[in-house]
Design a protein around this ligand. Structure first.
Ligand SMILES: Nc1ncnc2c1ncn2[C@@H]1O[C@H](COP(=O)(O)OP(=O)(O)OP(=O)(O)O)[C@@H](O)[C@H]1O
Length: 329
């Protein structure tokens, strides 16, 4: 294991941002810290970086107790959402910065900067100023700069958060490929489940200062530990007391299956190749997502009675009723 977090707690005043968090992060992998805003992801990342100190607990990086080490002594590279470049220095000098302050030989710096700029596909922009780059190019420069000093760990806090959706997606693919080339242990914070599912080897779901689940994208998607994780990772609908993915459900007409829930179609919406069917069954509105090829042969529309089936073997979680405010514990 590359990073061990043991029983880390962090409070801001009386607010508990991290509540006794323990976690092992494997070496050489790309790990996403995923969760809703305010859940504690950035705080955890900043504690790993040494930019924030925990109230209690321990941080170990590559077998070394880093709990009380300064950020400089931890050998971590850091990239934030808004990267603060040196505005008056060229792209190449920005990337070279960490090597220059470490007083590495000029020739070594030149070769390394060239190699890094090639890695992030910015060779032709070496002499530009940061202001002459696009947002996506600037974040790539930030990554090259963070990688320059060969960090043990690369920490990325919503590195593509400020960019538009299309560029974000491109950089996501690019980060995955970059990681496949350099294999540096990387932790990145995101609140975007699609980003985490697409890019990460391992995902840590954090909510309310606690870890909800750790696993590969497939494990989290197929075997969510609880209804929070299930809801956070993709669309869900409720059938009875079970949470299900709308595309896992089946619709039947004719004689109902004994386990099926019957209701009336209250709405049909087409979104590209997907047909979203709302079935009202008593108090519940169930969302069923079908392909056109599944929907059309049913020959049904709004007002018709249908039966919703949860096929055997598909993944569901039971909804835990929320305690009412003021209810006794
Ligand atoms: N310096 C601080 N002082 C007081 N409260 C803080 C401080 N830093 C963070 N917090 C609080 O701690 C909680 C966790 O913040 P954190 O930034 O770790 O969340 P996050 O999961 O990264 O969310 P986001 O995606 O919005 O950045 C939030 O409620 C935040 O308001």
């Amino acid at each position: 294991m590359s990073i061990e977090i043991e029983n880390v707690t962090k409070r801001f005043g009386t607010f508990v941002a991290l509540d006794d968090v323990s976690l092992s992060i494997p070496a050489g992998r790309l790990t996403a810290l995923l969760g809703p805003s305010g859940g504690g992801k950035s705080t955890l990342l900043r504690i790993i970086a040494g930019l924030e100190s925990a109230d209690s607990g321990r941080v170990e990086i590559e077998g070394v107790d880093a709990t009380h080490l300064t950020p400089q002594k931890r050998n971590v590279g850091f990239v934030f959402q808004h990267y603060a470049a040196f505005k008056h220095l060229s792209v190449a000098r920005n990337v070279a910065f960490g090597l220059e302050i470490r007083k590495r030989p000029k020739e070594e710096i030149r070769a390394r900067v060239q190699e890094l700029l090639a890695l992030v596909h910015l060779e032709q922009f070496a002499d530009r100023l940061p202001a002459q780059l696009s947002g996506g190019q600037r974040q790539r420069m930030a990554l090259a700069r963070a990688l320059a000093v060969e960090p043990t760990v690369l920490l990325l806090d919503e590195p593509f958060g400020a960019l538009d959706a299309k560029v974000r997606k491109e950089l996501r693919d690019w980060l995955r490929r970059l990681h496949d080339e350099v294999h540096v242990t990387t932790i990145f914070v995101t609140h975007d489940q699609e980003e985490a599912l697409e890019v990460a080897d391992e995902i840590v779901v954090i909510n309310d200062g606690r870890i909800e689940q750790i696993g590969s994208p497939d494990e989290l998607y197929d075997q969510p530990a609880n209804d929070f994780v299930m809801r956070f990772l993709g669309p869900v609908t409720q059938v009875g007391d079970r949470l299900v993915r709308p595309h896992d459900l089946e619709l039947d007409t004719g004689d109902p299956d004994p386990d099926a829930v019957s209701g009336q179609i209250s709405r049909v919406t087409r979104v590209g190749f997907e047909i979203r069917v709302e079935v009202t069954a008593g108090e519940q509105v169930i969302l069923v997502s079908l392909t056109r090829a599944q929907f059309v042969p049913l020959g049904v529309g709004v007002g018709d009675t249908v039966h919703v089936r949860v096929p055997e073997g598909i993944n569901t979680t039971v909804v835990v009723p929320k305690p009412r405010v003021g209810a006794a514990a």
